[in-house]
Design a protein around this ligand. Sequence first.
Ligand SMILES: [Fe+2]
Length: 177
Amino acid sequence: MATKEVKDVGLIQEFGSLIHVPNGLSEKDRSEIVQRLNRNAANLQLLYMRYKKDHWTIRGRHFHSLHLFFEELANEVLAQTDVIAERVVGLGGVVVSMPDEIAEHATIGQLPAGIHDTKTMLQRELQALETMEVEIREDMERADELGDPTTNDLLNAVLDVLEKQTWMINSQQADLD
Ligand SMILES: [Fe+2]
């Protein structure tokens, strides 16, 4: 399928480039942090889309509670996405934001088309969350080494939300056969 493209005029900063930000962090360190944050921005935006799909396609005896549950998870993720995206820009970078870029930079993968059973749905989200949690812990360690406690703090808040979601999804699937 052909992708409709908006004509690229008026560009003032290319993706992957960094503008100068006088905050005492070197360009090299900001560049690494921006790359790590962009992976998180892509994953968070994709996770939001996945939860919305779950919200729209959930079927079965737990429909009502899980329909509302996924909406709640999506909204929590959306709030965290904004914080991470703005940190990328604050460090002089360009944030991942369009679907093609998100697919390219995300490590959690897109959900297959169609409607799937509840157990599969929950297990897929648990896997995605674990992937993100492992990566975020590494990113936090690196941010610490590079002397960027702000990024560390923001990622810690994201990790807190994701770990809480792991607990809740894991509890939801406990009695599904
Ligand atoms: Fe809705």
